[in-house]
Design a binder for this molecule. Sequence first.
Ligand SMILES: C[S@@+](CC[C@H](N)C(=O)[O-])C[C@H]1O[C@@H](n2cnc3c(N)ncnc32)[C@H](O)[C@@H]1O
Length: 214
Amino acid sequence: MDLMMLTQMQRRKEDDNDDSLFYSQPRFVHHLDDGFRSQLTSLYRERISSQSIILDLMSSWVSHLPEDMTYKRVIGHGLNQIELQRNPRLDSFWVQDLNKNKKLPLENHSIDYCLMVAAWQYLQYPEDIMAEIFRSLTHKGQIIVSFSNRAFWDKTPNIWRYGTDDDHIKYVEKVLSSQGFTDIHAIKQKGESRGINKFLGIEGDPFFSVMGMK
Ligand SMILES: C[S@@+](CC[C@H](N)C(=O)[O-])C[C@H]1O[C@@H](n2cnc3c(N)ncnc32)[C@H](O)[C@@H]1O
């Protein structure tokens, strides 16, 4: 399938320098708060069996999988080699700028799950990347795309930068559907404020996850 949905203007981003420059220094930080991360890990625990081969696309030093679970294989991809080397969940990984090279070095039907966390928002050509993920997934393989309302805004294409949370969900759903995914559905959960933030009345990061099946 080759359904391109976005205009050039929607793909454009404020900082159009190579993404690999932006990610050249490792960042050993959490991009989302602990409430978000715990909702994500619970979702993975519910959905992903230990017999699975998992791809963590656009990963870093953490994959958010439950610590007490083991899987058949976890493959990582990202832009910073040092972060990926430090990620204890990964059995292997590779580095590739998806806005420059849209073909993935994966065999057909070779992964059971593709996970993306705080990641989709940086894709300029999500249709091509999802076509590749669809090709690489096994029959009934699944994608789980999770995100919140934060981002490195200068690095997000206009389609994301100028959209609301609901727009983001609809956009991910539409691209997945355009590339052949079925059983597409989304989870929307309020942020979970904890510790000092709860005391100060600061809201936690809202949790959004869009899922689809091959
Ligand atoms: C906010 S971080 C999230 C990382 C990780 N998923 C996590 O939960 O901590 C965004 C990630 O997207 C990846 N990324 C951004 N732009 C990219 C691009 N053009 N090609 C490939 N990966 C990219 C980088 O690896 C970066 O670590």
